[in-house]
Write a protein that binds this ligand. Structure first.
Ligand code: PLP
Length: 453
C-alpha cells in the first residue's frame, strides 16, 4: 500500500521489540521546547515533533503490511510509543513538585523501555507483586528504590521482598502486621490511610486504606509487635478530579504522624500516592506542594506513586478494521454502522472495563489515504459503534462515534492516550493475542541519550 497523503514526513523511527532492553539509536529529535514562562517543558499544546515521529512510525508499519498476503495476524493491532513524552512528563513533575520523589507505579504499564528510561532518570518504583519487584530488580534497580505498595500482601511475596532487601512496604490492617512480623520483622512499614476518593473515576479506598479511627490502634499493635513504622501513605483514587482531596489526605497523614510520634515511632516518610493525570497535574501540584510544605518539615522525605501520569499520552494504538455491518432502524429507517476491529476490551482496550476509559477512535487510513492528525475530513460523518473481535457482546470499544461514511474493511483506526492500564490488563480471550508489538520513537534527544547507555 502506498499512501497518497502523509501529513508529515519526519526522521525514521527506530523499532525495538517490546521485550528488548536494546539501545535506541539514531533517533534525531528536536531540541527541548523553548522555555515557557510557567512550564518550560509543557505548555499544554501537542508536541509537533512527537506527532510527526508517531505519524511516520504508523505509516511505515502499515505500508509494510500486505493485507492480501500477510501471515495470519500480520495485520494485528500495534502500538507506537514516544518515550520523549515520558521524559517530558518527568521534567514537568520535577518542575512542579520538586520536593516529591516519583516512584512510578509499575502496574500501570510495565513496558521495559519505559522502566529503563525512568530508572535512568532516577525514579523509584511502586511494585505490587513479586513479578513487578523481580522485573525492577532484574533491571539493576536497587531494592531501596522500590516500595512494595500493597496493603494486603501474599505471604510468599513478603518473604521474597525480605530476601531481596525490598524493605519499604505498606499495611492497613492488623492481620497484615502479624504477617509482617512473621515474615519480615525488620521491614520499614508505611500505614496506608483511607481517603475521600468520591471524586475519582477509580475508587481505591473502598478496598484499601485504614479508616482514621483505626490508625492509633494499628500503631499501638505495631509497637507491641516490635515493628518499624516509618511513615504514612495514601491514594486519593485513580483519575481523580478533585485536587483538594490531596490536601485533606496530607492533613490526615499529619495526624497519623503525630499519633506515631506519641508512641515513639520516628516517622520520616510520606507517600502521597497516585492519581495524577495529564490534564489535572498543575492543579494538583499547586495545592499538594504547598500542603506538604505546610504540614511536614523538610526532614520528612516525600515520595509519590504516579502511574497514568507518566505513560498515558505516550502510547498510541492502531487497529485494523476487520468487518463492517450496516444496521437499519426499523422505525426511522435510518442507517447506522458497526465497525469491528482486531483489538477490543479483552485486549488493549481493557481500560474500558477496568479503568472507566472512553477511547476516541480516529481514522488512520481510509483507502489509500493516510489521515493521522488530520483535523477535519471532507466526507459526510455517520454514527458508528466500534467493536472488538471476540464473540462477547460486552466487547464494545465505543457505542457512538462519528467517522466518515467511507471507512471500511481494510482501513485502520488509531486511538491516542493509550499508555495507561491498557496492554497490561489485556487477555488472550478467544485466542486473540495479548502481546502486541510496540514501536518506539523518541522525540527528546535527552531521553534517547539516556536509553543509549
Ligand atoms: C497503590 C497504588 N499506587 C499507585 C497507583 C497508580 O495510580 P495512578 O495511575 O492513578 O497514578 C495505583 C493504581 O491503582 C495504586 O493502587
Amino acid at each position: 500500500m502506498v499512501f497518497v497523503e502523509i501529513e508529515t514526513v519526519v526522521p525514521v523511527a527506530v523499532s525495538l521489540p517490546s521485550t528488548s532492553a536494546a539501545a535506541i539509536k539514531g533517533m534525531p529529535g528536536p531540541t527541548l521546547a523553548a522555555p515557557h514562562a510557567a512550564h518550560p517543558f509543557y505548555d499544554g499544546s501537542e508536541n509537533a515533533a512527537s506527532k510527526a515521529l508517531v505519524a511516520n512510525a504508523l505509516a511505515q508499519r502499515i505500508q509494510n503490511i500486505n493485507i492480501d498476503k500477510c501471515e495470519a495476524g500480520g495485520e494485528d493491532a500495534f502500538f507506537v510509543a514516544d518515550l520523549g513524552e515520558v521524559y517530558r512528563q518527568h521534567l514537568r513533575w520535577k518542575l512542579n513538585l520538586p520536593r516529591i520523589e516519583p516512584f512510578y507505579a509499575v502496574k500501570c504499564n510495565p513496558d521495559l523501555q519505559v522502566l529503563r528510561l525512568l530508572a535512568n532518570l532516577g525514579c523509584g518504583f511502586d511494585c505490587a507483586s513479586k513479578k513487578e519487584m523481580e522485573t525492577a530488580l532484574s533491571m539493576g534497580i536497587s531494592p531501596n528504590r522500590i516500595i512494595y505498595a500493597h496493603p494486603c500482601k501474599t505471604a510468599s511475596f513478603i518473604r521474597y521482598a525480605s530476601k531481596e532487601g525490598v524493605e519499604h512496604m505498606t499495611f492497613d490492617n492488623a492481620e497484615e502486621l502479624y504477617k509482617c512480623q512473621r515474615y519480615f520483622p525488620s521491614a520499614r512499614l508505611l500505614l496506608r490511610i483511607a481517603t475521600d476518593d468520591s471524586k475519582a473515576l477509580c475508587r481505591l479506598s473502598v478496598k484499601y486504606g485504614a479508616p482514621l479511627d483505626s490508625t492509633a490502634g494499628l500503631l499501638q499493635l505495631a509497637k507491641e509487635l516490635g515493628l518499624n513504622v516509618v511513615g504514612v501513605s495514601f491514594h486519593v483514587g485513580s483519575g481523580t478530579y478533585d485536587p483538594t482531596a490531596y490536601v485533606a489526605a496530607v492533613q490526615d497523614a499529619r495526624r497519623v504522624f503525630d499519633e506515631g510520634a506519641e508512641l515513639g515511632f520516628e516517622m520520616k516518610l510520606l507517600d502521597v500516592g497516585g492519581g495524577y493525570g495529564h490534564n489535572n497535574f498543575e492543579a494538583i501540584a499547586s495545592v499538594l506542594g504547598p500542603a506538604v510544605d505546610q504540614y511536614f518539615p523538610s526532614n520528612v522525605r516525600v515520595i509519590a506513586e504516579p502511574g497514568r501520569y507518566y505513560v498515558a499520552s505516550a502510547f498510541t494504538v492502531a487497529a485494523h478494521v476487520i468487518a463492517r455491518r450496516t444496521v437499519q432502524d426499523p422505525v426511522t429507517l435510518e442507517n447506522s454502522f458497526m465497525l469491528y476491529l482486531n483489538d477490543g476490551v479483552y485486549g488493549n482496550f481493557s481500560g474500558v472495563m477496568f479503568d472507566h476509559q472512553t477511547p476516541v477512535p480516529k481514522v488512520l487510513t481510509c483507502g489509500d489515504r493516510f489521515l493521522y492528525g488530520k483535523k477535519g475530513v471532507d466526507e459526510r460523518l455517520v454514527k458508528y459503534s466500534i467493536w472488538g473481535p471476540t464473540c462477547d457482546g460486552l466487547d464494545c470499544i465505543s457505542s457512538s462515534s462519528f467517522l466518515p461514511e467511507v471507512v471500511s474493511v481494510g482501513d485502520w483506526l488509531y486511538f491516542a492516550e493509550m499508555g495507561a492500564y491498557s496492554k497490561c490488563s489485556a487477555t488472550k480471550f478467544n485466542g486473540f493475542p495479548d502481546d502486541h508489538e510496540v514501536i518506539y520513537v523518541c522525540s527528546e534527544p535527552g531521553a534517547a541519550a539516556l536509553l543509549e547507555g
